[in-house]
Design a protein around this ligand. Structure first.
Ligand SMILES: [Zn+2]
Ligand SMILES: [Zn+2]
Length: 285
């Protein structure tokens, strides 16, 4: 994809999928001729192909943190890039623990991988996917695109990161999964686009209570580790970004929750352009 853009491939928060629902998180960043996938929740492979991006075109994959809704499909996606004719490496940048996932995935597929190399003459699998640690010291140059990271606040996960991309005269910040943090306003300063996770606190409280869990651990997790849509809007305003996209929506498909609810949460606090995330939404930069 040559146009400078961010495509929201999967926009719901959390790992569950049901008929008619949006898919978990994955985001495509296309800047200055580079094609970067951020997170690989279930649906990422289909999301990329529907967006018109060949898996073999990816220049890098970045995993923001190790909650399954952000990396459950990493192995299947890259294995499929390999069987789709990949010839050049796709580096994987991920937090501590990504290597355990990758080694486990590789081990689970060893029969297939070795058979295809011997029987079909496929290229070596392991050298195609070099692993690089991701932490707040990230300062990655991908051609003309610079990627930096901010450790966000997503308890109990400590290795969880926001990302900033600069390239082709544009800047984009992805919040990752995070509670409201002050540092996000500085990290996103003057960006063309801030993609921030968002929840509607009243609705999520109602929705989780209806699920009838034995205790309130899930609700407490959600409330302490994610950001209310109004707070995401306040951060966008303080950062002075041109546009805000709400992503990782919680709840995403609750009956009665509409785009108007998200707009109503944001509009009092942020006067820039607002995109309420939907799977497949392309935001031009
Ligand atoms: Zn998540
Ligand atoms: Zn998470």
């Amino acid at each position: 994809m040559s146009i400078q853009s961010v495509t929201l491939l999967g926009t719901k928060g959390g790992p569950a999928v049901r008929p008619g629902w949006a898919m978990p998180t994955s985001t495509l960043v296309c800047m200055d001729g580079k094609t970067i996938l951020v997170d690989a929740g279930i649906g990422a492979t289909v999301g990329l192909t529907r967006a018109g991006v060949a898996l073999t075109e990816l220049d890098a994959v970045v995993i923001t943190h190790l909650h399954s809704d952000h990396y459950l499909e990493l192995g299947p996606l890259l294995h499929t890039a390999w069987t789709s004719g990949l010839r050049r490496p796709i580096p994987i940048h991920g937090p501590t623990g990504t290597a355990d996932y990758w080694d486990g995935f590789r081990a689970s597929m060893v029969y297939d991988i070795e058979t295809r190399i011997q029987d079909e003459g496929r290229p070596d699998f392991d050298t195609l996917f070099p692993l690089h640690p991701l932490d707040e010291s990230l300062d990655l140059e991908l051609g003309g695109v610079r990627v930096t990271a901010l450790r966000n606040h997503h308890p109990p996960v400590t290795d969880s990161f926001a990302l900033r991309f600069e390239g082709g005269g544009r800047s984009v910040v992805l919040s990752g999964d995070t509670a409201l943090i002050d540092a996000m306003a500085g990290f996103a300063k003057d960006a063309d686009l801030l993609v921030h996770e968002a929840m509607l606190t009243d609705r999520v409280t109602e929705s989780i209570r209806k699920m009838g869990y034995a205790d309130d651990r899930l609700l407490r997790h959600v409330l302490r580790s994610h950001t209310d849509a109004a707070d995401a809007a306040r951060i966008a305003h303080r950062a002075g970004v041109a546009a805000l996209a709400l992503n990782h929506l919680v709840p995403s498909h609750e009956p009665g929750v509409t785009v108007a609810d998200w707009q109503a949460a944001v509009e009092p606090h942020f006067g820039g352009r607002l995109h309420v995330g939907e799977d497949g939404m392309v935001i031009a930069l």
